[in-house]
Design a protein around this ligand. Structure first.
Ligand code: XMP
Ligand code: MG
Length: 179
């Protein structure tokens, strides 16, 4: 698996450090507010797991699985709910946890959905931001790292369902896409 990676963009140590920093900020932000942390499956799973361990106040956790029609490397903006929340969001402070914002279409859809459901507040934390890909009007409140306009894998992010279990963020060798 490791020999299919061309370049490590963000190391495990950098990710660990960033999760600590973000966890500390979220602790201050949400102290005594009991927010609902919403992980967007499947990519956000490692980040949510690590960052939540650095939040030192009560939170509730739930998950949403959405898929986008269209090809697998880019979001089309037509979002389908594969698994909805089990929790009512009306009146709640929501913290959406994402792996990456690329076009922003997925998050635009989710934010609009949660507004419609009358959330009290909605914030977004994303491990990665790829600003060059943006087409929707959406901005994260907290960003771990900016990445260049390349397809990245690891730490939750996949190519054809592989590489999610890599402990770092990397770029695949071009021949991997060929095969
Ligand atoms: P949008 O475009 O809606 O996309 O912001 C968000 C979702 O698209 C996937 N995505 C990626 N997945 N490497 C990946 O493994 C990437 O470089 C990448 N860019 C976008 C991802 O599922 C994300 O949640
Ligand atoms: Mg995702």
């Amino acid at each position: 698996m490791q020999n299919e990676i061309k370049e490590v963009l963000i190391s495990k140590e950098q990710i660990d450090q960033k999760c600590q920093e973000i966890g500390k900020q979220l602790t201050e932000e949400y102290d005594n507010k009991f927010p609902l942390a919403i992980g967007v499956l499947k990519g956000a799973l490692p980040f949510m797991s690590d960052v939540c361990r650095h939040i030192e106040t009560h939170i509730e956790m739930d998950f949403m699985d959405v898929s986008s029609y269209g090809n697998e490397m880019r979001s089309s903006g037509e979002v389908k709910i594969v698994k909805d929340l089990n929790t009512q969001v009306e009146g709640r402070d929501l913290l959406i946890i994402e792996d990456i914002i690329d076009s922003g279409l997925t998050l635009r859809y989710l934010v609009d959905l949660f507004k419609y459901r009358k959330a009290r507040s909605i914030k977004i934390v994303t491990l990665l931001d790829k600003p060059a890909g943006r087409t929707a009007d959406i901005k994260a409140d907290l960003v771990g790292f900016e990445v260049p306009n390349e397809f990245v894998v690891g730490y939750g992010l996949d190519y054809q369902e592989k590489y999610r279990n890599l402990p770092y963020i990397g770029i695949l060798k071009p021949e991997v896409y060929g095969g």
